[in-house]
Ligand binder design. Structure first.
Ligand code: ZN
Length: 467
């Protein structure tokens, strides 16, 4: 029987049924046995036994007292048994990771960490335009600068604040008395007070001790709250910090009156599973809001940000186009679409007008967007291959992972070396010219010659010239 069943324990939670042939009576028993094995392997089986035993007891007792009630419990028991055999979910066995539609607050730092990119400087006009457009998309929080940088920076922060945008504004500050003092009087109520969390930074950058860090949090956060600020404690280099010390920092922050901690993967070395575990541990240890700050050195900033949200982070940092120090930060557009499309998290951000903001930031930063950059690159919704073009023309869902309309774009069908006749017919249709399949075959040869020679798709004039 075991050989026939082919039960293979894949993990401590899952059993795979490998050798089931439909239609043979003995295999019905095998199927039932497998379903039961799968169910027993589930850690919630104990809960099921409890419910069943309780139900049985109530039924036995209830027939004497209240036959109607007892009949209902009996029916429920039969339904549970049926569900086991057919593998239908009779009740929620595994708790979903997150309740649907939990809101994640986007705290966009294009104007702070984005501008911190090497060689990037935004003019005041550009800052005002970027802040206005971010706010218009519905981004709820904007980190808009570093007051300690000087008079000009403070004036520009004030200018952004004077716009009266619906977004909440934050400024960034080192956790120092003089830097905090520079944040006063700018009409910005929120401040991220950043202090090193890793021993690497504490010993080799600050030349201090962990006790000093905790004491500084206590002193500076208390002072900031006395000044009327809502405080987020930025845990710099948290990714290399001792997990227990992060909890101590969170406790100190909360005790001193902070409302949020920021987990900064300052050097961009984390991966999603590690982020999930780290944020999960913090989530269990503190009631504070938790913000994820990811860098893209390993190309994982967005993945790490999504993992943090799944693990219980309430806030996430982003930048437009993923602008930011070194390899950049988590891209606003990727995070918003990923949170919504993959997990159903609501951010309140609508990206229909995002291309204009994306272009504005690209121009203002002098940092051109790669043509293959997800969601915003020039070519990411372009299709050339004959099979794909034919499938898209029949139904966009055939080859559409992300609806380009979400980010204010649309599919582009281009002609090239891999085009087919449908693509040619469609291209000429766009020019108001009807060509039949036979004509398209001939035109296809001319298209191929053109792209091989010029290494780009033919424009309207060239297409008309082929006729
Ligand atoms: Zn950063």
């Amino acid at each position: 029987m075991p050989e026939r069943l082919g039960l293979a324990k894949q993990s401590n939670r899952r059993v795979v049924f490998a050798d089931f042939r439909a239609g043979r009576p003995e295999n019905l028993y095998a199927k039932i046995a497998t379903r039961l094995a799968v169910f027993i392997a589930n850690p919630h089986f104990v809960s099921f036994l409890t419910i069943t035993n309780l139900t049985t007891a109530i039924v036995c007792f209830g027939f004497k007292q209240n036959p109607l009630q007892a009949s209902i419990f009996l029916a429920l028991s039969i339904w549970q048994a049926f569900c086991i055999i057919t593998s239908k979910p009779c009740f929620t066995i595994a708790k979903p990771m997150n309740p649907p539609n939990r809101q994640i607050i986007i705290d966009d730092t294009t104007l702070r960490d984005g501008e911190q990119s090497a060689g990037v400087v935004f003019s005041l006009e550009e800052k005002l335009a970027i802040a206005t457009q971010l706010s218009a998309l519905g981004v709820p929080e904007l980190e808009i600068g570093i007051p300690a940088m000087g008079v000009v920076e403070r004036e520009e922060i004030q200018a952004i604040a004077s716009l009266g945008l619906p977004s909440q504004l934050l400024v960034w500050s080192r956790m120092r008395h003089d830097d905090l003092q520079a944040c006063v009087g700018l009409d910005v109520q929120k401040v991220d007070l950043s202090i090193s969390a890793s021993d690497q930074h504490i010993q080799h950058k600050l030349k201090q001790s962990r006790a000093w860090v905790l004491q500084t949090i206590n002193t500076l956060v208390s002072k900031a709250t006395d000044l009327g600020f809502e405080v987020c404690v930025g845990m710099e280099d948290a990714s290399r910090a001792d997990a227990d010390f992060l909890v101590q920092m969170a406790e100190a922050a909360q005790w001193a009156g902070a409302t949020r901690i920021r987990f900064a993967d300052t050097v961009g070395i984390m991966e999603p599973f590690g982020v999930f575990a780290a944020i999960k541990q913090l989530r269990a240890a503190t009631d504070l809001d938790i913000e994820m700050h990811a860098h893209d050195d390993l190309g994982l900033a967005t993945a790490n940000t999504l993992a943090a949200a799944l693990a219980g982070a309430t806030h996430v940092n982003t930048t437009v186009n993923g602008l930011g120090e070194r390899a950049g930060n988590a891209a606003l557009e990727e995070v918003v679409v990923g949170l919504q499309q993959l997990y159903g998290f609501d951010t309140g951000v609508l990206l229909g007008d995002f291309p204009a903001l994306s272009a504005l930031v690209a121009n203002a930063s002098g940092d051109a967007i790669g043509s293959r950059k997800s969601l915003v690159g020039a070519n990411v919704f372009s299709h050339e291959a004959g099979i794909h073009v034919d499938g898209l023309l029949k139904d966009p869902n055939n080859y559409q992972g992300v609806d380009p309309a979400i980010v204010g774009r649309h599919h582009q069908l281009v002609l090239g070396k891999h085009s087919g006749t449908q693509g040619v017919i469609h291209a000429y249709q766009q020019l108001g010219i009807h060509v039949n399949r036979q004509q398209a075959q001939g035109l296809l040869a001319k298209v191929w010659r053109f792209v091989c020679e010029h290494k780009h798709t033919p424009d309207a004039l060239s297409l008309k010239g082929f006729l």
